[in-house]
Design a protein around this ligand. Structure first.
Ligand SMILES: NC(=O)c1ccc[n+]([C@@H]2O[C@H](COP(=O)([O-])OP(=O)(O)OC[C@H]3O[C@@H](n4cnc5c(N)ncnc54)[C@H](OP(=O)(O)O)[C@@H]3O)[C@@H](O)[C@H]2O)c1
Length: 166
């Protein structure tokens, strides 16, 4: 669908995105990029990812938690299946819907997202991780834009890539 996108920060060599429920790196400019890119739009987060945010809901965005639970959460909406997310995106064609992870949620939505906003972290050594982004198949995805590399103290260099479906 053309209003559903994925946004992720992952390592270049192994597509690693997290360990023990946490992000792998704290990248200041990446957090800023995530905020700017998703501001005023809808963000869909798996329940574990949503509750890993130190402050929630994220301000200025429609926070939507994907969960099978029917509990309600202050400041956030809930959807309960992939079909409900697709229905939501279809009924709100002027809204951008960002799939924000985690691991399992990215895998489920890879066949319906039309763009990938990937912060590509150029790690020197493979990192230890337990969560991964799916393969970005060059037969399916082409690079739309690539930023210059960003270098922050204590972290590998990284850059912002946007891929669109061929
Ligand atoms: N690097 C990045 O950009 C990035 C971004 C996001 C997350 N992460 C990392 O990813 C890891 C978390 O990923 P995860 O896969 O363990 O957890 P997750 O995807 O955040 O959350 C999983 C939960 O989402 C709900 N869910 C998933 N699919 C659903 C569906 N089809 N229908 C209804 N509910 C559904 C379920 O919640 P209920 O159990 O409540 O039913 C499930 O237990 C963490 O390490 C996090 O830091 C990294």
């Amino acid at each position: 669908m053309n209003n559903i996108y994925a946004i992720v920060a992952m390592t270049k060599k192994t597509n690693s995105i997290g360990i023990d429920g946490h992000m792998l790196y704290h990248l200041k400019d990446d957090l800023k990029y995530f905020k700017e890119t998703t501001m005023d739009h809808a963000i869909i987060c798996g329940r574990k990812t949503y509750f890993s945010f130190p402050k929630r809901p994220l301000p200025g965005r429609k926070n939507i938690i994907l969960t099978r639970s029917f509990d309600s959460y202050e400041g956030a909406f809930t959807l309960h299946s992939k079909d409900e997310v697709l229905e939501y995106a279809k009924n709100n064609p002027d809204e951008k819907v960002f799939i924000c992870g985690g691991d399992n949620v990215y895998k489920q939505f890879m066949d319906v997202v039309s763009k990938l906003y990937i912060t590509e972290i150029d790690e020197e050594e493979p990192v230890i991780a337990d969560s991964y982004f799916p393969e970005v198949d060059p037969e399916i995805w082409e690079v739309e834009s690539a930023s210059a590399y960003v270098k922050e103290d204590g972290a590998p260099k990284y850059r912002f890539m946007v891929y669109s479906r061929k």
